[in-house]
Design a protein around this ligand. Structure first.
Ligand code: SAM
Length: 277
């Protein structure tokens, strides 16, 4: 009698662990948000375990039923449509009820859209704050963003394609130069992760980022810096090198200066400027 919280792919069906597939085959029941969505995954991996729906609208009733099954000695796996259950998805109440009943809970880790976007974004991964979906109401959304954007941590948000432009515009109102990453269709065929100051990102949204599919927004933290020392903060490495070259430094001298400013290796600046350009 164990409840397994099992991570499933966020787009690419190959992103599932051997353990997740084994557990999904071995348990008595898989509780899932939408049986049609999880049915595609289970049929792809020849998993014959019965599916039961567990979602926002039936979770009170289903929590009771699932706890009864577990108490009767059955094993249950909880999955969501994509990624990790409980993370902007149902499951929290079930975990509480199951733990209260003295039943073991185990997580089988897997993909997650928030961390996938953060890792790819080039924004600081040392310290971050995940805040799920913003409130829908404009005033509440603005207030939440203002609070979050004062934090010295990268901020990760989920957003729907219908509201992504609006949310970037709200971020721009608060700080037009703040660097923001937009992760779109992660792990899927048309994956994009674009990191730019938010005003430039809004322009890209018109041009090269279709407002279709699934989105994660990562906002750079509000770090306490000495403005005078960190004047280059909004520049890419290449723009930073070019800045010095316009001031008549050779490319070698400019690369050295950039590595000193940023406290990174000269080779890293060199590769960015000469190779990745
Ligand atoms: N539990 C999931 C997880 O662990 O990532 C998140 C579920 S939440 C209901 C769904 C939101 O996650 C989407 O609206 C989108 O913001 C984000 N998301 C999920 N898959 C994504 C993907 N492949 N690319 C970009 N964003 C994704």
């Amino acid at each position: 009698m164990t409840l397994y919280l099992v991570g499933t792919p966020i787009g690419n069906l190959e992103d599932i662990t051997f353990r997740a597939v084994r557990i999904l085959k071995e348990v008595d029941i898989i509780a899932c948000e939408d049986t049609r969505v999880t049915g595609k995954l289970t049929s792809h991996y020849d998993i014959a375990t019965p599916l039961k729906s567990y979602h926002e609208h039936n979770k009170d009733k289903m929590t009771e039923q699932l706890v009864e099954l577990l108490v009767a000695g059955k094993t249950v796996a909880l999955v969501s449509d994509a990624g990790l259950p409980l993370i902007s998805d149902p499951g929290y109440e079930l975990v509480i009820a199951v733990r209260e009943a003295g039943i073991r809970v185990e997580t089988v880790p897997g993909p997650n859209a928030a961390l996938t976007a953060l890792m790819t974004s080039g924004l600081s991964s040392y310290s971050f704050l995940f805040s799920g979906f913003l409130p829908r109401k404009d005033s509440e959304k603005m207030a939440r963003l203002e609070t979050l954007m004062n934090e010295p941590h990268s901020i990760i948000l989920y957003e729907s394609p219908y509201r992504v432009k609006d949310t970037l515009a709200a971020i721009e109102k608060i700080d037009k130069n703040r660097r923001v990453a937009l992760g779109r269709e992660l792990t899927k065929k048309f994956e994009q992760v674009v990191t730019l100051p938010v005003n430039a990102l809004l322009q890209e949204l018109e041009v090269s980022i279709p407002a279709k599919g699934e989105f994660v927004i990562v906002i750079d933290g509000q770090y306490e810096t000495d403005e005078a020392d960190m004047w280059w903060h909004q520049l890419s490495i290449n723009e930073h090198v070019e800045y010095y070259m316009k001031k008549d430094l050779s490319s070698k001298e400019a690369i050295k200066q950039v590595s000193l400013d940023r406290n990174i290796k000269k080779r890293e600046v060199y590769e960015s400027y000469h190779i990745d350009k």
